[in-house]
Design a protein around this ligand. Sequence first.
Ligand code: BG6
Ligand code: BG6
Ligand code: GLC
Ligand code: GLC
Length: 899
Amino acid sequence: MCTEVDRFLYHMRLSDETLLDIMARFQAEMQKGLGKDTNPTASVKMLPTFVRAIPDGSENGEFLSLDLGGSKFRVLKVQVSEEGKRNVQMESQFYPTPNEIIRGNGIELFEYVADCLADFMNTKGLKHKRLPLGLTFSFPCRQTKLEEGVLLSWTKKFKARGVQDTDVVSCLTRAMKRHKDINVDTLALVNDTVGTMMTCAYDDPYCEVGVIIGTGTNACYMEDMSNIDLVEGDEGRMCINTEWGAFGDDGALEDIRTEFDRELDLGSLNPGKQLFEKMISGLYLGELVRLILLKMAKAGLLFGGEKSSALHTKGKIETRHVAAMEKYKEGLANTREILTDLGLEPSEADCIAVQHVCTIVSFRSANLCAAALAAILTRLRENKKLVRLRTTVGMDGTLYKIHPQYPKRLHKVVRRLVPNCDVRFLLSESGSAKGAAMVTAVASRVQAQRKQIDKVLALFRLTQEQLVGVQDKMRAELEYGLKRDTHSLATVKMLPTYVCGMPDGTEKGKFLALDLGGTNFRVLLVKIRSGRRSVRMYNKIFAIPLEIMQGTGEELFDHIVQCIADFLDYMGLKGAQLPLGFTFSFPCRQASIDKGTLIGWTKGFKATDCEGEDVVDMLREAIKRRNEFDLDIVAVVNDTVGTMMTCGYEDPNCEIGLIAGTGSNLCYMEEMRNIELVEGDEGKMCINTEWGGFGDNGCIDDIRTQYDKEVDEGSLNPGKQRYEKMTSGMYLGEIVRQILIDLTKQGLLFRGQISERLRTRGIFETKFLSQIESDRLALLQVRRILQQLGLDSTCEDSIVVKEVCGAVSRRAAQLCGAGLAAIVEKRREDQGLERLRITVGVDGTLYKLHPHFSRILQETVKELAPRCDVTFMLSEDGSGKGAALITAVAKRLQQAWKN
Ligand code: BG6
Ligand code: BG6
Ligand code: GLC
Ligand code: GLC
C-alpha cells in the first residue's frame, strides 16, 4: 500500500539533489531581494527591520507587548530586570480573533486590538502609566524605521480592508487615541521571526536566525549592513525579515509544485501568493492532506472508493490532525479515529496509507524549510568568511512545536545540507513578545538619548524674538561706537578708515598689495588700467607658520618682507619701487590712510610687541632691516574695506563690505556728520565696525551657551570677540568639537569614548564643516570625512555630528544676518528712506564654501530688515584688488597735495 502512495505522491518526495537545487535558488532570491535595483521585482522581499543588534543584557524596564498574526492574539506586560541578572517576568492574556474582525474593516480591527490592550491594562492596573509598547505584527511590512511599517499585503488568515499600503503603527496609534485613560507609546514594530530571534538571543548570544513554522512560515537573520542596499550605512549588521513564504511567487518553484498545491492555492484567501508558505505551514498542511485523500479516494485507492461529505469540505483536516496521525505509538489509532470522525470507514490498510500520506506531506514541508534555512546559514557563514559556522537558530510556531517528528526531521536535513555548520536549534519557550520587549527596551533607550541630544541642539535654536533682540543691541552698540562720549567704552569700535569714496574708474597704475589675516597670506601685483575698469592681478600665497604668527613682532614682519622679496624675485621686479597697499585684517586705529595702530590681535595671531604699534611703521622698519629694496606704503586697509572696494569697482551701490571667514567683520559707508571722532560733516567715510567684539560687555550672554564659553576660554583672546566666536569659521568647528565632547561624555556619541583626536583643538576646519553639511553627501561619505579626521564614528554618530554642525552654522548665519540687518536699517533710517537698495560685497571661506550659510544669512536679513533690498555680491578677487584701488586713489591725492 505504501509503495502505491509513494508512487502516487512521487512528486512530493524531494531528493537531496533537489533540495540542494532549491537551496541554491533561494540563495539567488535573497541576493535579488537585497539589491536596490532588483528588490522591486524580487518575490522574496528581504525586508530591513531596523533591529541592529541582539540583546546584550543591558536592557531593562517595563514594557507592553502585543502579539498579533500567529494562531493566537496576546497582550503582555514584560518586565526586563536590572542589568546583569537577565531576569524577565511576563504576564499575559489571550484574546480571540474572530473572522469578522480579521477579515472585516481595518479600522475596526485596530480598534479591537486597542480595546483588548485597554482591557488588559485595566485588569493589570496599568492605566495612567506611561509605557512603551512593542508590536509584534506577523505580516510583511516595509520599514524605514523601527517604529513604522507599511503593510505590503495580508497573508495567512487575515484580510482586513484598507490596511494594505498603510503604516500599521499609525493605525494602532489612532485607534488607541479613543482610550483617553491609556498612555502608550509604540516604539517598535517587529515581525514574529524577529521577536523569536531576539527571545532566543537573550539566552543564547549565538542566536542570529529566527524561524517560524506555525500558521505561516518565515525566517529572519542578521545580515551585514554592507550588503543591504536599501538602508544607508555599512557598518555592523541589521536583521532582515526574509518573508520566505513568498518564495516561488514569480514561478521559481513551478517544477516542485503539484496539482494539490495548485488546487489549495486557488481556494485560498490570497491566490498566487505565498506559494512556498502554502507547501509548508500549519494553515495549509491539513488541507493538502485532505485534497490528496480525496483524489486517492476518487481514484479508488482509498476507502474502497467511498468519499464522505466531510472529506469534501474545505478545512476539515487540520494540522493538529496530521500531527496526531503521525504520532509514534498512538498514530494509527488516532488515524482511525480521525477518519471515522470524517464519516469514513477506513480499513487497516487505509489507515496505514493515510498515515503515510501525512508523513510525505509533512516531510516535504520540513525538507523545504531545511533547504531555505540551509541557504541562510551558508550566507551567514560566507558573510563571516568562516570555514565552519557555529550558530543558533531560534524556533517557534505550532507546527514545529506540536508535530512529533517535525523538529528532528528538519534538524537532520539541515545538518546534511550544510555539513560545515554546527547548528543549535533553540525553541522559543516564551513566544516573540519577550524579544519584542528587548527591541523596545533598546528603542526606548535610543529615544531617551535622542531627547538629551535635542536638548543640547535646542540651545542653538534662536527665536525670531531673540534675533530681533540681537539686532537691537547691535544697533545700540553701533551708535555708542560712533559717539565721542561713549566710544572709548564701546565694544563695537566703529573705526574710521579714511576711505571716503568708491573707485570712479579713473584709477590706474601698477601696485603691490599684501593680504594678511585671512586663511591665506598673499602678495600681489595689481595692474589697473583707467577707463576700462580692467584689472590684472598676479599673486602668490605664502604660508605663515604658527610659530611666526605667535612669535615676536620682528619675526613676523621680517617673514612678511621675506615673502615680498621672494615675490618680487619671482615676478622679475627686483628693485622696482612700487606703491603698496597693505590689507591687514585686524582692528587698527587710523589717523590717516597710511597709519594704523594695532588695537589688539584677533583670530589666530598673537605676535608680541605689536599691539599699540603702527603696523605701517613696523613694516617699513622690517624693509629697512633687510635693506634690499624700498617700497612706498601708501595705505593700510582692513579686509572688509578691501572687499567693499573690490565689489564697489563693479557696482557703485556697494557700500558695505562683509567678511564671513576665519573671522567675522563688516564695514560700511557712514555719513561724516555721524562720525564724531573725525572732523568735518561733509560726505561719507568708511567705518570698520569691528563687530566681532560685539557682546564683549556681556550684552548677548543670554544666548551664549556653555560651549561658547568653553571655546572662548580656550582661545588666544579670552573674553574678547564674543560675537566673532559665535559666527566665524575659526570658531564654529571648535563649538562643534565642544558639543561633541559633551555628548560623548553623556554617552550619546562615539560609544562614550573621547578619543585623542576629539581632544585636539582646531580639527574641524571650515572646509570640513562645509563638507559634512553638504546635502549631496550620503551618510557614508560623512562618516568617511569623520574617519579622515580621525573620529571613528558609526553611521548613527555621523547623523548626530551632522545635526550638530547644522545647528551651530545655522545660528552663526542667523546672528550674522541680525547684525547686518541692524546696519542696513540704520542706513535706511539715516537717509530717511522708505526703502533702501544697497549692495553688500562679501568674502570669506565660510560664506563661500558652506552649503547653507549664505542662504540663511540672506533669509534672516530679509526677515529682520524687510524695508531694505539687499543685494549680495561675492568678491571673486579677494581684497587685494580693493586695496590696490584705495592705494591708487590715495597716491593721486598724495600727488595732488605735493603739487
Ligand atoms: C508564537 C509567537 O509563539 O508563535 C508569535 O509569540 C508567532 O509571535 C507564533 O506568530 C507563530 O506560530 P503560530 O503557530 O501561532 O502561527
Ligand atoms: C580673502 C580676502 O578673499 O578673504 C582676505 O582677500 C580676507 O583679505 C579673506 O581676509 C577672508 O576670508 P578667510 O576665510 O580667508 O578668513
Ligand atoms: C507569514 C507572514 C510573516 C510571518 C509568518 C509567520 O508568512 O507573512 O510575516 O512571519 O507568516 O507567522
Ligand atoms: C577679525 C578682525 C577684523 C577682520 C575680520 C575678518 O574680526 O579683527 O579686522 O576684518 O577678522 O577677517
